[in-house]
Design a protein around this ligand. Structure first.
Ligand SMILES: NC(=O)c1ccc[n+]([C@@H]2O[C@H](COP(=O)([O-])OP(=O)(O)OC[C@H]3O[C@@H](n4cnc5c(N)ncnc54)[C@H](O)[C@@H]3O)[C@@H](O)[C@H]2O)c1
Length: 243
């Protein structure tokens, strides 16, 4: 491992989840000061990752997290938006507005809120990097056999939001890009084990991604290696969308 993120500060939402945890671990191993934001599960964060209990559905909670990070040290904090939830195979005609809103509140509103709060501070300090995690479900495919119209819609919106903010903030030094995974081996998929064989069978590479394979793409967008990427969406789906 190199120290390529030495001196960087990075906040990761959904830090206790499968992908968020891998991002936190990898960035910390490469020298970053990492802040793990999540609702729960923060006891399990790797050494060197600071827990910041945060509810992304609450404006006050996110604002307090940002205030806390800048009160401690006044240096830019980059942002990775990994928190996300999915409904559990609900037919659209049966879906309540509560179910729809719950998904949107985390996956879209929460991403907007975190981008706004962290982005404001980056803009005031000359720039930085923000990475969102959308999904192949946003633009490349519609998942099946499970029905998850709210999730898919939220992820398409995350891609659009990322491009929109990239255009607004790119000229002022804040770069936004998005990583869109296919199926990843994480708790998000743990309830639908009866579908795993089908999903793997439809993936050209015949397996799920490991969380660290998504973390590598996030690192690319955080690093200067991606200096000319602006609103880029990187699809990492093992070829699922090709079939
Ligand atoms: N796992 C996959 O197959 C897959 C595929 C494509 C995209 N994604 C996306 O990748 C991201 C990470 O997914 P994952 O597989 O690690 O999921 P995960 O379920 O393992 O982790 C998600 C984390 O988000 C946190 N979270 C939920 N609501 C929150 C809130 N209101 N405030 C703060 N934190 C909250 C949860 O506590 C959890 O720790 C998500 O945005 C997901 O949609 C995942």
């Amino acid at each position: 491992m190199t120290n390529r993120f030495e001196g960087r500060r990075v906040a990761v939402t959904g830090a206790a989840g499968g992908i968020g945890l891998a991002i936190c671990r990898s960035l910390a191993e490469q020298g970053a000061q990492v802040y793990g934001l999540d609702l729960k599960g923060l006891d399990g964060l790797p050494a060197g990752v600071e827990a910041v209990p945060t509810d992304l559905t609450s404006e006050e909670s996110v604002a307090a997290a940002v205030r806390g990070l800048y009160a401690a040290v006044d240096r830019p904090v980059d942002l990775v938006n990994s928190a996300g939830i999915v409904e559990d195979d609900v037919a659209a005609e049966e879906m309540s507005l509560d179910q729809f809103d719950r998904v949107m509140a985390v996956n879209l509103r929460g991403v907007f809120l975190a981008c706004r709060e962290f982005g404001r501070e980056l803009l005031a300090r000359g720039g930085g990097a923000i990475v969102t995690i959308a999904s192949m479900s946003g633009n490349a495919i519609v998942n099946h056999p499970q029905r998850q119209s709210a999730y898919n819609t939220s992820k398409a919106a995350v891609s659009a939001l990322t491009r929109s903010l990239a255009v607004e903030w790119g000229p002022r030094g804040v770069r936004l890009n998005t990583v869109s995974p296919g199926y990843v081996n994480t708790p998000l998929n743990s309830l639908k084990t009866d579908m795993h064989a089908q999903w793997k069978g439809e993936t050209v590479l015949g397996r799920f991604a490991e969380p660290v394979e998504i973390a590598r793409a996030v690192e690319y967008f955080l690093s200067e290696d991606s200096a000319f990427c602006c609103g880029t969406e990187l699809l990492i789906d093992g070829g699922f969308s090709l079939r």
